[in-house]
Design a protein around this ligand. Sequence first.
Ligand SMILES: Cc1cc2nc3c(=O)[nH]c(=O)nc-3n(C[C@H](O)[C@H](O)[C@H](O)COP(=O)(O)OP(=O)(O)OC[C@H]3O[C@@H](n4cnc5c(N)ncnc54)[C@H](O)[C@@H]3O)c2cc1C
Length: 398
Amino acid sequence: MASHTSINFENTKIAFAYKSDFELTRDYRIFQLINQNWLVKFGTSTAMQMMQYGIKTPVALGMRPTVYATFCGGESLADSTKKIDKLYTYNVQSILDYGVEGKESEADFKRTEAAIRQAILFAKDHAAVNIVCSKFTGLIPFSILEKLHKNEPLETTENKIYITAKQRIFDLAQLAYDNNVSLFVDAEESWIQQPLDDLCYELMLKFNKEKPIIYNTTQLYRKDRLAFLKNAIKQAQKDGIIYAVKLVRGAYMEKENQRAKQLLYESPIQENKNATDNAYNEALRFTINNINNTAICVATHNEESSLLATQLMAELNLPNHHPHIQFSQLFGMSDNISFNLAQAGYSTHKYLPYGPVKDVIPYLIRRAQENTSVSGQMSRELKLLKTEVKRRKLMLWF
Ligand SMILES: Cc1cc2nc3c(=O)[nH]c(=O)nc-3n(C[C@H](O)[C@H](O)[C@H](O)COP(=O)(O)OP(=O)(O)OC[C@H]3O[C@@H](n4cnc5c(N)ncnc54)[C@H](O)[C@@H]3O)c2cc1C
């Protein structure tokens, strides 16, 4: 039986109940700062230049009590446990995201593998976690993925590296399967996506026979992805497996457009935001209509799409806590969506990055850029935080 309730994303009391007064005012100040376009531009370009010259420590020191505290779990899993447990008291689970990016050496790949392994074992012992996220570029060299995407043959040494990486990924998937933990695979640049799609499907054929273990990611800001998704689901139906997918709009739009312009090919990105929104919502319709052999994570900060997913579920009389439908937002963002959905009984998660501060700086820069003001207006996050600061009648001393 469905138990659909109409959701009110404006309820800031529910949205921020898990934040102490100190955390709320700190986050309000942080979002006030990153709402300043000039400050984010200056701050991020300075941070990136310092990183290029290997000067990471001062950047990390500045970020640790500020943006890092707002957007990350902690330096390690043990460090993040307090936040994970706190979220879970409000029925919000955590998706563990070892946030270290852009590594290329064998030692780095081994470290990433060990971190994902540790996260899966952590999830096995903690009801607050049943999903671990991974970026395959943390396990396979980018250059090899680029070659595979273009269907170019690999050199003998590259082939050896790829076989080792693939074995590691299958071992991690087996561990996830054995412990009933789902493994999300993030989508990154379009020019490495084909081998990631192939690998994910191969993994699904092995591990997604009875339950959704391996989730690929579909970026609906790409013009070709809706058709790709529909075909993949049809193929999965024929193969008798559950096609599990995280639905996102996509995070690399500027990079994609710039590369297309530089290399003189047609940009893979939709013509405008409206087209991306339509594709996203159509992906929701298609997957929810095929929910018996599809599993989705509605990974968005868009209120309209989140609401649409709940409405589509209600129309089909699906229970709010459906085992094939998860909702997810990034930690530190859109608490109004996450906590109001969780309160209404939907399976809700926060993407929780963790890792050494200096290693998650690129992630933090993206969050700052995403939350800056577009045209001098207050961002949605800032407005919500302000409403709650006022509702709690908090004094702002600084
Ligand atoms: C849990 C979670 C996991 C994620 N995992 C991934 C991942 O694996 N890979 C990844 O790439 N991203 C990922 N993202 C980020 C996501 O892709 C979006 O960048 C981000 O969530 C903003 O989109 P939105 O759906 O929240 O909605 P909105 O804020 O409504 O939409 C913003 C998005 O719309 C699109 N857009 C904006 N302007 C235009 C335009 N002019 N033309 C076309 N499209 C436009 C862009 O994708 C932009 O990010 C994830 C997000 C979440 C919450």
